[in-house]
Design a binder for this molecule. Structure first.
Ligand code: TXA
Ligand code: MG
Length: 361
């Protein structure tokens, strides 16, 4: 508790603190203090035109930050806060321009993590907090990921273990009608539509749109989640994906490349339960036990987990991309997952990590 107090004081006094949330780790600073917010951009090497999400610890704290809260927004806040949903509102004058990158809107979220909530609440101010990675790198889902990226660049790093969701929050723009999901995440389109009783759209972040003059979510135009290696995502029918990856793998090995493979498992086919015991949230999978390790001989194979458990898969995506950086592979070949529920968010991150390098098989 005493330590939490120190963190809150650092925040209140204009310093920076990296802390865990249920989605990914964030690097926080006082959102009402331009000089403090500037330190975040510097620490992360984040381009100044990419706005930050403002984090609060109590629902009422949204009101001073925004022009108004619609009935619809209130419904979603009541249902999903604290939790992995960021809502975009028209901003109030209180929020400095540096936080919103000059936009007249502000992104607000209430994280569902005891450490984040405690630190924010004790600081007594709203906290601007992007993901705690160097810009362009995969987001951190473990304390040591933050240390790897930000040690010496931030006043305090709180190591609070593994993040439960593993992908960043859903970003929903409610300043337009119908509302638009700018970034898919843990709160899915279906979940939002059920509460609102109306349709919401996905922002088209396809490659053509990617380079348009004014992307809706400014962050979208930048390279994202990129490991050092090249990445190819293989999408299509499962058996075809396997065959195509095997062919490409042989070719890359011939070229002398170190190949990493990201695959998924069908666990219920193993029958004896030995694999399912080692495949839980945030768990490194013992690859010797797995089907895909047998399929892709000669490669460095890592499994995201059971294909039927997309929630678990989500917790492993960024960790595995980071591991391949450490292991210095030249190219990473990725089996696509089903784009349903949180699978939409998983594929969004994988495709961005590949720089839109998708092989339809
Ligand atoms: O789960 C999360 O949201 C994590 C944790 C730390 O809370 N935070 C996070 O922040 O992912 P960041 O900065 O890495 O991503 C914020 C995204 C960016 O793509 C940014 O462009 C978009 O939200 N964004 C922020 N304010 C916006 C605004 N006013 N209009 C449109 N997009 C906005
Ligand atoms: Mg980020």
């Amino acid at each position: 508790m005493r330590k939490m107090k120190v963190c809150s004081e650092v925040l209140a006094n204009g310093g920076t603190v990296a802390f865990p949330t249920e989605t990914v780790y964030g690097i926080g600073a006082n959102a009402l203090n331009s000089e403090a917010a500037r330190k975040i951009f510097e620490a992360k090497r984040r381009p100044a035109d990419n706005p930050l999400i403002v984090h609060i610890a109590e629902i009422e704290n949204v009101y001073p930050l925004v022009e108004k809260v619609s009935k619809k927004a209130r419904k979603l806040m009541t249902k999903f806060w604290p939790g992995p949903l960021t809502i975009i509102f028209r901003k109030s004058k209180q929020v400095p321009a540096i936080v919103t990158a000059g936009l007249d809107t502000v992104a607000v979220r209430m994280p569902n993590h005891p450490i984040a909530l405690c630190v924010i609440k004790e600081s007594g101010v709203p906290i601007a907090a992007p993901s705690a990675n160097i810009s362009g790198k995969p987001s951190p889902t473990r304390g040591n990921h933050v240390v790897d990226d930000l040690f010496g660049r931030v006043d305090i790093i709180i190591n609070g273990g593994d993040c439960e969701v593993g992908l960043e929050s859903t970003v929903l723009d409610m300043t337009i009608n119908p509302s638009v999901i700018l970034r898919p995440g843990g709160v899915t389109k279906e979940m939002i539509e059920e509460v609102l009783g109306e349709r919401v759209d996905f922002y088209d972040s396809s490659e053509e749109n990617f380079s348009s003059i004014l992307p809706k979510a400014p962050g979208m135009k930048y390279v994202h989640y990129s490991p050092n290696a090249d990445v190819i995502v293989y999408r299509g029918e499962k058996d075809k994906i396997t065959r195509r990856i095997e062919l490409d793998l042989a070719e890359f090995i011939k070229q002398g490349k170190k190949v990493g493979i990201i695959c998924t498992e069908v666990l219920d086919e193993t029958g004896d339960g030995s694999v399912s015991r080692v495949m839980t949230r945030n768990t490194e999978v013992v690859s010797g036990l797995l089907d895909c390790a047998k399929k892709y001989a000669g490669a460095n194979v890592k499994s995201l987990g059971d294909r039927g458990e997309l929630k678990f898969i989500a917790t492993n995506v960024f960790r595995i991309l980071r591991e391949f950086d450490v292991e210095e592979v030249d190219i990473i070949l990725v089996e696509a997952v089903d784009e349903i529920g949180i699978g939409k968010a998983i594929m969004n991150r994988l495709i961005k990590a590949s720089g839109y390098n998708v092989a339809e098989v």
